[in-house]
Design a protein. Sequence first.
Length: 132
Amino acid sequence: MAESLNSGASNTEETEDTQDFDGQEADQDIPVESADKRKRFFNKELRCMMYGFGDDQNPYAETVDLLEDLVLDFITDTTLKATHVGRQGRVQVEDIIFLIRKDPRKYSRIKQLLLMNEELKKARKAFDEANY
């Protein structure tokens, strides 16, 4: 009985060691499945973001799962609303902007990201033209 408890503890330690935030998982396939058998698409990214915002290097799996559930709920809800706002069957960037127009933080962030995307496109185009 004591051996099975000790072997379970070493398995837990090995599992924690293979789930580093820096992506050094050797035997783990993406997307990750949790205890509730849902596919976890953003597990690695959320761990990195949580660490970047001051959490532990290896946050609790339950915390990451909860945060992923919240993110997926937000994405699903926003996408469904966007399908009702714009043309049927197609979600445009303008639909998302329309939905978040009253939230100043999200609105300014999406504008910032869109401007950065345009700058990156111009830089790539200039780089490609310089190479040819």
